[in-house]
Design a protein around this ligand. Structure first.
Ligand SMILES: [Zn+2]
Length: 429
């Protein structure tokens, strides 16, 4: 056994130790050491620490940390046209590397161990994730047309690298048509075929705004989910980010496919994606749940959030569900935590991550119960969702490796300095 977390508080309130062998959880129990032949190489004292599965951020654009707070409180299109797109046009390979490193550092700091990324210049993100120690599925966003260069060629090259064993085991590949309003039906089919040929999952944005839905109906004659169905996307395991405007028949359709709706409450609220004509849109969690749709949780990119703190996201998700449904019992704490861990991991195909159980991947977060905001403790799960925040994370372990202990991340100062330098360059004339 190479790592033992001794006498931590578990989510059910009991005290237990967790033994880790290699990258897996070997044992959980009152005396986890008794089950191992060899003494642990390293011991973490779990006194006053709550052990939980690492959080899963099921939709983000990691390198966009460089644009954190750059153009807040703006409408979507001017924000994209005046701020984000001109800055993105200047991004170099190194910028994507350091932006992704910064995102990884923030996720390690705030207790996320697995994330679902969609961006460009992906090999640099892969390098950054490999160096950070986190687990991720990456994808290069496809937008139809050639104004962003040969994106299809880049995706094909990426598959060759992935299949050629150039990714670490912690990093997998997905195919990411950007959205129904940026990708032609022919290109959706190209993506579906590619994903099928190479046995890869798909990630896409779906039903983020009412405009997107109305435009899809006007152009293609069907709502966005049926449009995806028609062009083969739903035949693959797919994560669909946003789902603000999904209606019951679309959720029914998704329930019959290997699909996961990824809820991004903070991004949706910040960009007022629920703005409609007579009604306000919101991700209809009660209906998704009733229909049996797998649900996950995410921050979206920092440019529209403005952080990657999944604790904050859990609280917003639960409060938004209660507010929108008028039901304070809607999305209770345990369900919210399940969505933010197992829901995301399963949706991304990492079915042995996102859970704290024997045999699962050792992605574990220890939250400091010494924090005044978490005192006293009646129900650890309620605290995790409603009282904790990323800053209360004490230790982050991914793939059996300690990436942060007592709030300290190795190499953080260099990551900060290089990311600040990159952000300054791409956001100034
Ligand atoms: Zn997004």
């Amino acid at each position: 056994m190479h790592l033992l977390i001794r006498d931590a508080t578990l989510l059910d309130g009991s005290t237990g130790s967790i033994g880790i062998e290699g990258n897996r959880i070997a044992c959980i129990g009152v005396d986890a050491t008794a089950e191992s032949d060899t003494p642990p190489t390293r011991v973490i004292d779990g006194t006053d620490l709550l052990a939980m599965p690492g959080l899963v951020n099921a939709h983000t654009h990691a390198a966009m940390t460089l644009f954190r707070g750059y153009g807040d409180d703006m409408p979507l299109m001017p924000w994209l046209q005046e701020r984000i797109w001109p800055a993105e046009a200047k991004l170099t390979d190194d910028d994507v590397y350091w932006g992704t490193r910064l995102a990884c550092a923030e996720m390690i700091r705030t207790g996320t161990t697995l994330f679902n990324d969609m961006y460009w210049k992906v090999p640099n993100a892969v390098r950054a994730i490999a160096d950070s120690g986190l687990r991720a599925t990456v994808s290069g966003g496809l937008i139809s047309g050639d104004f962003l260069g040969d994106l299809k060629g880049e995706i094909t090259e990426l598959i060759a690298k992935y299949e050629g064993g150039e990714f670490p085991d912690r990093v997998r590949l997905a195919i990411a048509p950007h959205a129904v309003y940026t990708v032609t039906p022919e290109d959706l089919e190209w993506c579906a075929q590619l994903a099928s040929d190479h046995d890869l999952p798909i990630q896409i944005h779906l039903s983020e705004t009412l405009h997107e839905v109305e435009e899809c109906v006007a152009t293609h004659g069907v709502k966005p989910t049926f449009h995806l169905k028609r062009h083969g996307i739903l035949d693959r395991p797919t994560t669909l980010a946003h789902g603000v405007w999904l209606e019951r028949d679309e959720l029914e359709l998704l329930a019959d496919h290997p699909a996961t709706v990824v809820h991004n409450p903070v991004s949706n609220l910040k960009l007022a994606c629920g703005q409609g004509r007579e009604v306000r849109g919101w991700f209809d969690y009660p209906t998704a749940k009733a229909e049996g749709v797998n649900v996950a949780l995410a921050t979206d990119g920092t440019a529209s959030n403005t952080n990657l703190d999944m604790f904050e996201e859990m609280k917003f998700a639960s409060l938004m569900a209660k507010h929108a449904s008028g039901d304070p019992t809607c999305m209770p704490a345990a369900e919210t935590l399940d969505i933010a861990t197992r829901g995301g991991a399963d949706g991304m195909g990492w079915t042995d991550a996102g859970r704290l159980e024997v045999g699962a991947l050792a992605d574990i977060v220890l939250v400091s119960m010494r924090e005044v905001t978490l005192t006293p403790v009646h129900d650890p799960v309620s605290h995790v969702v409603y009282a904790a925040n990323g800053g209360t994370v004490h230790t982050t372990i991914c793939d059996g490796q300690v990436l942060m202990e007592d709030g300290r991340i190795e190499g953080l100062e260099e990551v900060r300095a290089r990311a600040i330098e990159a952000a300054r360059r791409v956001t100034t004339g």
